[in-house]
Design a protein around this ligand. Structure first.
Ligand code: ASP
Length: 311
């Protein structure tokens, strides 16, 4: 079995064939989605619960659409309307979900490890849709699919991941995936937003955009996550943009055919200039969203085949 797991909790620890399997299957779903056809038999009668303890627009909608396109019954539970606000613990929530015999559970939570904990307690297949600053595996998969479609490969590419690496689960998942698939990753940003131990993941570090973007095939910008910062990590937003914000002038430090990505939501004028974000030739940002649906269909399909346990 090329993806031998019941859950998708992190990219770290996945072997390249498992990643390859999900990307190849997602590629089929891109074609299917473009024809407007659906495959509603695949998850017919299965229940998918989207359990979001943190805000999300694109990820939640993307999982909802992916589930519906495969025929699942999709239920969205957001924390504002759930009993977690009434003091229920994560484990109580797990027991409730178990009693409902949900098959696929997509969870986003502010604490690293939350998806892992739930996976130990529920019979459903669990998909981590972002846990604290830890991982966001489907984002890395959709990023990889987007890159592969444009560059024809991942192996040997130079990828610059820029900005608020410290608070970014997107950065962590991408570092694991891209390194596993043979790309070279450099993280670029101010020292206050690049954690020292990141070099243990085998990445290069640069504190300068000119140096950091040199030779890059892909420039991946990260959102400045002010909601996760204590204070004093950055000067003003305007200063941040001056040194770290991607505009066409800084993009020129990368390869002439370098492409730009951002996981969204974007702070325009802070980490990225609108002229770059909306550049139809250089920006892949809209396409990343399209790839997100296909990747999530591939993940749901694969996990549903591997099976939920209702014991
Ligand atoms: N949407 C991504 C996440 O949930 C990136 C971000 O919020 O900046 O991690």
């Amino acid at each position: 079995m090329s993806y031998p797991h019941r859950h998708l909790l992190a990219i770290e620890g996945l072997y390249p064939p498992a990643i390859q399997h999900l990307l190849d299957l997602a590629e089929n779903y891109v074609s299917l989605n473009r024809t407007g056809k659906t495959q509603r038999d695949l998850l017919r009668g299965r229940t998918l619960i989207n359990l979001f303890f943190e805000d999300s627009t694109r990820t939640r909608t993307s999982f909802e659409l992916a589930g519906k396109r495969l025929g699942a019954d999709v239920i969205n539970m957001s924390v504002a309307s759930s009993s977690v606000n009434k003091g229920e613990t994560l484990l109580d929530t797990a027991a409730t979900l178990n009693a409902m015999h949900c098959d696929l559970l997509v969870v986003r939570h502010g604490q690293s490890g939350a998806a892992n904990l739930l996976a130990q307690k529920v019979g459903a297949c669990v998909i981590n849709a972002g846990d604290g600053a830890h991982e966001h595996p489907t984002q890395a998969l959709l990023d990889a699919l987007t890159i592969r479609r444009h560059k024809g490969k991942l192996q040997g590419l130079q990828i610059a991941i820029c900005g608020d690496v410290a608070h970014s689960r997107v950065a962590r998942s991408n570092i694991h995936l891209l390194s596993a698939m043979g790309a070279r990753v450099r993280v670029v940003g101010p020292p206050t937003l690049i954690p020292g131990p990141i070099t243990r993941l085998g990445v290069e570090v640069s504190y300068d955009m000119r140096e950091g973007l040199a030779g890059a095939d892909i420039v991946m910008m990260l959102r400045l996550q002010r909601e996760r910062m204590s204070s004093g990590l950055i000067p003003s937003a305007r200063e941040y943009f001056r040194f770290w914000g991607l505009d066409h002038e800084k993009l020129a430090f990368a390869k002439p055919d370098a492409l730009v990505m951002h996981p969204g939501p974007m702070n325009r004028g802070v980490e990225i200039d609108s002229a770059v974000a909306d550049d139809p030739v250089r920006s892949l940002i809209a396409e990343q969203v399209e790839m997100g649906v296909a990747v999530r269909m591939a993940v749901l399909d694969t996990l549903a085949r591997n099976g939920a346990r209702h014991d």
